[in-house]
Design a protein around this ligand. Structure first.
Ligand code: G3H
Ligand code: 13P
Ligand code: ZN
Length: 330
């Protein structure tokens, strides 16, 4: 057993309390490789932001759990070396079984998500409670989920959104003992969050997605005042990145995300954790495709992963400063 404290990590409890009070959200950036980790830590140290390093079960398999533990410890030391000790959480994204959550707690994660949202309500309560009981013995935070986002969540996908039912949140939080709750208010995973039929078009012909259901968020907040709420599927799918990808051989069709003004509004509420994965994937892919087109003779991975890392870092800094408001909160 490796405890997260041995790695120099923190759980999310205090970070969330401060974020809810301060009207900002902590960035939860997914990662599975060295360049992404360097970009995340570099951006968060430069902006003095707390951060949640988020690992899906697929990412854990990809990166290897032993390496991940050392990468997380390395992230803490790297931040120190860069000159500022930011609080760092290592979080399991969309855990689907008790065994996976337990294994992550045992290998140094300071926070886990148990996503029972695809189960019937009572089963979700039971599974989430089981994880909370175990995780809390080790001072590890637990995120639960109510409502289902459209799009792909790791190996599980849903074609339609099932909005969170506000009348369930109080009972769920009470019965499970979770530390934070992911809700579904119209965000969605991936780079194709909405079909063109669900969108309108602005005067430039650009797809405009349906607005988030702030009424559901407000109803939830009323029933569990001050309780930390999490937003998944919060990438904005920047059109400039999609353009770079498509003009350098890519084929992303109808990619559309959540407008940043709406995320800013959510971050000012009880939403204190915002999950961003797809935007990072787009930033990396755009930079790599551009390098390949401009320098086809290049074959040193550092020559294309380096620009990808720089582009990622800029993206993360932008999110922290202009969208989530977590700069200078570390
Ligand atoms: O919510 C899903 C995350 O974007 C993780 O995606 O399972 O492909 O690593 P992944
Ligand atoms: P995006 O696909 O919108 O980046 O969402 C990521 C996410 O919710 C990870 O859990
Ligand atoms: Zn998610």
């Amino acid at each position: 057993m490796t405890t997260y404290k041995e790695l120099g990590l923190v759980n999310s409890k205090e970070l969330f309390q401060k974020a809810v009070k301060g009207g900002y959200a902590i960035p939860a950036f997914n990662f599975n490789n060295l360049e992404q980790l360097q970009a995340i830590i570099g951006a968060c140290v430069e902006t003095k932001s707390p951060v949640i390093l988020q690992v899906s079960s697929g990412a854990r398999k990809y990166a290897n759990q032993t390496l991940l533990k050392h990468l997380a410890k390395g992230a803490v030391d790297y931040a120190h070396e860069l000159g500022y000790d930011i609080p760092i959480v290592l979080h399991l994204d969309h855990g689907d079984t008790f065994e996976l959550c337990k294994s992550c707690v045992e290998s140094g994660f300071s926070s886990v998500m148990i996503d029972g949202s695809h189960h019937p309500y009572e089963k979700n309560v039971e599974l989430t409670h089981q994880v909370v009981e175990y995780a809390h013995k080790h001072d590890v935070s637990v995120e639960g989920e109510l409502g289902v986002l459209a799009g792909i969540e790791d190996e599980v996908s849903s074609e339609t959104t099932h909005y969170t039912k506000p009348e369930e949140v109080e009972d769920f939080v009470k019965k499970t003992g979770v530390d934070s709750l992911a809700i579904s208010i119209g965000t969605s995973h991936g780079a194709n969050k909405f079909t063109p039929a669900q969108c309108t078009r602005n005067e430039d012909g650009v797809l405009v997605p349906p607005p988030l259901r702030f009424d559901i968020l407000e109803e939830c907040e009323k029933r569990i005042p001050g309780f930390p709420i999490v937003l998944h599927g919060a990438s904005s799918v920047p059109s400039n990145l999609v353009k770079i990808i498509n003009s350098n051989g890519g084929k992303l069709k109808d990619a559309v995300g959540i407008p940043e003004e709406q995320l800013r509004r959510a971050a000012a509420s009880a939403v204190c954790k915002v999950n961003i994965d797809s935007d990072g994937r787009l930033a990396m892919t755009a930079a790599i495709r551009k390098t390949f087109m401009e320098s086809p003779a290049e074959f040193d991975p550092r020559k294309y992963l380096g620009p990808a890392r720089d582009s990622l870092k800029e993206l993360y800094k932008h999110k922290i400063v202009n969208v989530l408001g977590s700069a200078n909160r570390a």
